[in-house]
Design a protein around this ligand. Structure first.
Ligand SMILES: NC(=O)c1ccc[n+]([C@@H]2O[C@H](COP(=O)([O-])OP(=O)(O)OC[C@H]3O[C@@H](n4cnc5c(N)ncnc54)[C@H](OP(=O)(O)O)[C@@H]3O)[C@@H](O)[C@H]2O)c1
Length: 317
């Protein structure tokens, strides 16, 4: 049975939000954000898009009934707005997040009524916002999605996530760390050089990949108590760059579109964790400094991530 229209909410009208509005269209989700429908969804195997018209509300409009399930599909710069929206519209919802980066669970802990569940996806989606046509999303590659299982077990009734794999929080945490390490190399190095993923391993900047991974794995080891050898990590990231050779990383897309990046939730997260453990991460510090010069993190997000530290005028945050 399809749930009532008011209960399933997708926060974000970017690539991920548009794609899930399409995938869940039979369940009448409400999409919240800044870009109203229609949305044109371009599957990889067809030249003509599917056009969808999901229910839509701008951020400022209140929901008629509180949301019970939320798919979080925004970039990190939206997080201050998300918290305001959730406190006003969905104080007791289940929040399923496919956002990259780490540290969201710490932020959502301030909402005792929220059940926060993080996942990982290898779908590759690119937004397109033409001036003279509907906002769209290209499905570049169909991947897989893993989601943390709620304490009550896999939700069978609602929401209807048909092909997600449900795993224990520990298994998901392992996947999120792996993805964090991959993102901490491919995202900033592609954003700094402007090259597609496939060109990175032969680019001189790739010399930074081993030190980035070496520093990141020391933080991972302190956080989880498990040491991972460096060589397989370097090999995996190189294989990933080659397997996604035609992609522009999301950080490169953000820099090209002069939008804030997610650097503070990726390399910045590692830096902050490293400081907690007394670890030095000079290579991450260097790439964070460089990316911040290209696309500064908004102060509102910075205050949320590291409230104890005022954003410095210059240098790594
Ligand atoms: N795309 C993928 O293939 C993919 C794969 C795995 C994980 N992810 C992760 O999923 C999350 C969403 O990615 P995406 O590709 O959907 O990004 P996107 O296309 O750039 O869309 C981001 C959404 O966040 C909103 N947003 C950004 N800054 C905001 C702000 N300051 N205030 C309010 N709203 C703001 C955007 O609003 P506007 O429409 O106004 O810009 C848009 O709705 C990210 O964490 C990303 O790393 C994406």
């Amino acid at each position: 049975m399809a749930p009532s229209a008011s209960r399933l909410v997708i926060l974000g009208t970017g690539a991920l939000g548009r794609y899930y509005a399409y995938r869940l269209r039979d369940y009448n989700p409400i999409v919240i954000g800044t870009t109203p429908p229609p949305y044109a969804v371009y599957p990889p195997d067809r030249p003509e898009p599917d056009i969808i018209y999901p229910a839509f509300l701008p951020w400022e409009a209140p929901l008629a009934n509180p949301a019970s399930s939320i798919l979080l599909a925004v970039k990190w710069a939206a997080m201050p707005r998300i918290l305001t929206w959730i406190s006003q519209n969905a104080p007791t919802a289940r929040v399923f997040s496919l956002m990259n980066g780490m540290g969201q669970e710490d932020i959502f802990r301030r909402f005792p009524g929220i059940t926060f569940l993080a996942g990982v996806t290898t779908d590759a989606l690119t937004r397109v916002d033409p001036p003279d046509g509907p906002a769209g999303v290209f499905l570049r590659a169909t991947g897989h999605t893993w989601m943390s299982m709620p304490d009550s077990g896999q939700p069978r009734d609602f929401p209807p996530w048909p092909d997600w794999s449900w795993e224990s929080p520990d298994a998901i945490q392992e996947r999120r760390w792996q993805k964090l390490l991959q993102n901490s190399v491919i995202n900033p190095l592609s954003a700094l050089t402007g090259v597609k993923n496939g060109e990175l391993p032969t680019h001189p900047i790739w010399r930074l990949a081993p030190p980035l991974l070496d520093e990141a794995r020391t933080v991972w080891a302190r956080a989880t108590g498990q040491d991972r050898p460096l060589k397989p990590l370097v090999k995996t990231v190189q294989e990933l760059a080659e397997a996604t050779r035609a992609n522009r990383s999301s950080m490169l897309q953000d820099v090209l579109a002069t939008r804030p990046t997610e650097i503070q939730a990726i390399n910045g997260f590692l830096l902050r964790q490293g400081r907690r453990y007394g670890l030095s991460l000079p290579t991450h510090e260097a790439v964070v400094t460089l990316i911040e010069r290209m696309a500064p993190t908004p102060d509102a997000l910075w205050r949320l991530l590291a409230p104890e530290t005022a954003p410095p005028e210059d240098g790594p945050r």
